[in-house]
Design a protein around this ligand. Structure first.
Ligand SMILES: NC(=O)c1ccc[n+]([C@@H]2O[C@H](COP(=O)([O-])OP(=O)(O)OC[C@H]3O[C@@H](n4cnc5c(N)ncnc54)[C@H](O)[C@@H]3O)[C@@H](O)[C@H]2O)c1
Length: 261
């Protein structure tokens, strides 16, 4: 039986960064539920059936306007915007990016803030603005437990013990904190328009990390394990659908209990 509360069929969604690890799961999961999904990404990636790619850089407002025009011409104004595209420092990031805070490069700070904060603001202006004119829509801004709370630098101690310098860098945390209040700002700004805006906060996602990291991480989580990418989908479907019709300005935390102790 399909549940009308969670029914997404016939609706149109935009997933930014939809070619990445989590974005591709969102795009596939929403498409399986009957949504027409457009991925806004700088990479092509491996897109599932029923998902179309519109190559666009989220930091480029006129490119976003072009992407929206292309989408609206075929499918109409989106019902859902998932602001998922972001930059983080990968485990093999250049040494200066994961070195001491005091020497964190200004250029890295600017690059991360550009995509993770300005990119989200621009997508909200362009796609969210169209939703507000239409008088309906749901925006899901993706944050991280590292935006609610400080990173636990001890999780990376095993790398320092090997003689590498590795600190989880500052820009990612700062950028993900900004998401929490952008959500609140827009939830109130668009409160009466029918556009709802919420944050989806995730903890670390399993991605074949080194055993020493997994051991330290799992010990830090009440549920004793990392998030599996598919497990972020339930909260997204809730926020996308009418099941959350009175939910706006909130932060839905999917963290296995990370923030509970
Ligand atoms: N993976 C985790 O452990 C984790 C934990 C908490 C939160 N998150 C959040 O989930 C989201 C997705 O993370 P992921 O692990 O899937 O990342 P990912 O690196 O696999 O995917 C990010 C995608 O964003 C795209 N992108 C980067 N810059 C862009 C730009 N300027 N314009 C358009 N697209 C751009 C990339 O091409 C990539 O496809 C991020 O917002 C991240 O902060 C991830």
């Amino acid at each position: 039986m399909s549940d009308p509360l969670f029914d997404l069929s016939g609706r149109v969604g935009v997933v930014t960064g939809g070619a990445g690890q989590l974005g591709s799961v969102y795009a596939a999961g929403l498409a399986e539920r009957g949504m027409r999904v457009a991925v806004f990404d700088v990479e092509d990636g491996d897109l599932p059936d029923g998902v179309r790619s519109i190559p666009v850089d989220v930091t480029d407002r006129s490119a976003l306007e072009g992407a929206l025009r292309e989408l609206e011409a075929e499918w109409g104004t989106p019902h859902l915007l998932v602001n998922n595209a972001a930059l983080d420092s990968p485990p093999d990031a250049p040494a200066e990016e994961v070195g001491p805070f005091e020497a964190y490069p200004e250029s890295s700070f600017d690059a991360v803030m550009d995509v993770n904060v300005k990119g989200v603001v621009l997508c909200c202006q362009v796609v969210g603005g169209a939703m507000a004119r239409e008088g309906r829509g749901s925006i899901v801004n993706v944050s991280s437990v590292y935006g609610m709370l400080s990173p636990v630098q001890d999780l990376y101690a095993f790398r320092r013990e090997r003689g590498e310098t590795f600190f989880k860098p500052v820009a990612y945390s700062v950028s993900k904190s900004a998401i929490l209040n952008l959500t609140r700002y827009l939830a109130t700004y668009w409160g009466k328009t029918g556009v709802r805006v919420n944050t989806l906060t995730l903890a670390g996602v399993w991605n074949d990390q080194p055993a020493e990291f997994l051991e330290a991480y799992d010990a830090r989580v009440p549920m004793g394990r990392m998030l599996r990418a598919e497990e972020a989908l339930g909260a997204l479907v809730f926020l996308a659908s009418d099941a959350s019709s009175y939910v706006t300005g909130s932060n839905v935390v999917v963290d296995g209990g990370w923030s509970a102790w």
